[in-house]
Design a protein around this ligand. Structure first.
Ligand SMILES: [Zn+2]
Length: 229
């Protein structure tokens, strides 16, 4: 018998959680920095009771997810010893001479000329965000274009401060905010699904939300992280 068994659960508010039943002594819920929820429980507790336990704590889970969003939204301190968010986690910043930015899984290196100002350091961080988004977006665009039955739109990335995305259906063009790379990955997936849904329905009426929920049921979860509250 395996040490533990795992399965995906859908909680009462529509959000997802991973349940791990196995050789642990107590039932506990962990919300990871990415917003993912892990429930661990002794095997004898069973799926139904573990799910009820989590459903009684949806307020707490939602507050922890909002914290992940707040971390991503916090202004990064882009100096040596500072930190910046990437995909919902916060990493230390290292400054190096040169051009561009790098990420090795543990730290973010901003390569800027010695004595560069905040704007230059921020531009270096945004170059990393651009690269990360360019890697992730093609698959998401393909996935939601197929799910919605639309041709994959042209897309571009912008340094937008007050919104996360926009769509111009007449030109089949969508835009994404570079800052989305700071948030847990589910947020980018939500914005991609949302903007592509606008290729079928403009505005945010009931028909829009029905179509969006059909292809992306985890809107509440993602919005809680984007709001950070
Ligand atoms: Zn919209």
């Amino acid at each position: 018998m395996a040490a533990y068994s795992e399965r995906e659960l859908r909680l009462a508010d529509g959000s997802c959680a991973r349940l791990r039943l196995g050789a642990v002594k107590t039932l506990r819920i962990t919300v990871k920095p990415t917003g993912e929820v892990l429930i661990t429980a002794p095997r004898r507790v069973g799926v139904r009771a573990a799910m009820a336990f989590a459903n009684e704590r949806l307020g707490w889970i939602s507050a922890r997810r909002a914290e992940a969003g707040a971390r991503a939204a916090a202004a990064p301190r882009l100096s040596e010893g500072g930190s910046a968010p990437l995909w919902g986690r916060v990493y230390p910043i290292v400054l190096a001479d040169g051009d561009g930015a790098g990420f090795d899984g543990e730290k973010i290196t901003l390569r800027v000329p010695r004595g560069a100002d905040y704007a230059a350091r921020r531009a270096a961080l945004l170059s990393l965000y651009r690269r990360e988004l360019e890697r992730e977006l093609p698959a998401l665009i393909g996935k939601y274009a197929a799910a919605l039955g639309v041709a994959p739109p042209r897309w571009s990335l912008r340094d937008m401060r007050s919104r996360y995305g926009s769509c111009t259906p007449s030109r089949a063009a969508v835009r994404f905010a570079l800052s989305l790379a700071a948030y847990p990955p589910l947020c980018l997936e939500y914005v991609a699904a949302h903007e592509l849904t606008h290729l079928r329905v403009s505005g945010h009426g009931a028909d829009f939300h029905e179509l969006l929920a059909g292809v992306f049921p985890r809107e509440a979860e993602a919005r809680a992280m984007l709001r950070g509250a």
